[in-house]
Design a binder for this molecule. Structure first.
Ligand code: GLN
Length: 270
């Protein structure tokens, strides 16, 4: 019978950490236990499952879809292929939102997917958090994540603002923003297209959201949008055209333009 150590050696072409996380997941053990016990034998079923996982990883499947979870903002989120894998750069959106929000205010997360942004914010601030997604499957996952992580988030199934009611002090979104035909898309092929691709220039969803957000923002409320690193100037232009004030772009941790924000300026409305 092969053991853990032999399996790791057989898959040494894959990142060691990913292999250890897979072993821990499939053998229902802590990673420390996997590392400490390379002699642990693998039965036929475990071996077949792990070899299939290794093949999927080699094919480009995100590890998070194999384990069904991913950490974001120090919290563990369950996920399936119905939702995008939460990215570290999206923590920039959460940080920017927390810097603006005040206790007792209302915030809306559009296109919540696994619920990562809404739940991270709900964990960190004493505010009313609403979140929406047009995918029923995504809303089910997000609801379950909120329940497991012990936060109260109100979820709606909504095509952007279609089912949203009321006014918000903050609207945040990590919408699809990849352009059709983008050369990075083959690497993202395991993730839901609807969460990634948005028209010829990747800006269709952002155009819709920026235009409609003014109707759902309190006077002086803020809109914060995650976007691609080469889209900042176009997104700032969309904000300016919609009458937002104080428009600025923030970099993510790797220094790439990632989040543009602006303040609703009711007096500028015609
Ligand atoms: N940041 C993602 C990527 O390119 C895209 C996410 C999105 O479209 N919201 O990997």
């Amino acid at each position: 019978m092969p053991n853990v150590g032999a399996w790791l050696s057989a898959h040494a072409d894959l990142p060691r950490l990913d292999c250890e996380i897979l072993l821990a997941h499939r053998l229902a053990s802590a990673r420390a236990g996997i590392i400490a016990h390379p002699e642990r034998e693998l039965n036929e079923h475990e071996l077949a499952t792990l070899d299939a996982d290794a093949a999927a990883l080699r094919d480009g499947m995100p590890l998070a879809y194999l384990t069904g979870r991913r950490e974001f903002w120090g919290l563990e989120f369950d996920l399936t292929r119905d939702v995008l894998v939460p990215r570290p750069e999206t923590e920039t959106l959460v940080e920017a939102a927390l810097a603006k929000i005040q206790s007792g205010q209302r915030i809306l997360d559009l296109g919540t997917g696994s619920g990562a942004v809404a739940i991270a914010i709900a964990k960190s601030a004493d505010i009313a958090v609403h979140a929406s997604d047009n995918s029923t499957a995504a809303v089910c996952i997000a609801r379950e994540n909120a329940r497991k992580l012990g936060v109260d988030v109100h979820f709606d199934i909504s095509d952007w603002f279609s089912a949203v009611t009321g006014l918000f002090h903050l609207i945040v979104t990590n919408p699809p923003y990849v352009a059709e035909g983008d050369p990075h898309l083959p690497a993202l092929r395991f993730e839901p297209t609807a969460a990634l691709i948005s028209g010829q220039d990747g800006l269709d969803a952002i155009r819709t959201i920026v235009k409609q957000a003014v109707t759902y923002l309190e006077a002086d409320g803020w809109l914060l949008v995650e976007h691609g690193c080469d889209q900042a100037a176009s997104v700032r232009q969309l904000f300016a055209t919609a009458g937002f004030a104080g428009v600025a772009t923030l970099p993510d941790l790797s220094g790439q333009d990632r989040v543009t924000l602006g303040q609703h300026n009711r007096s500028a409305e015609v």
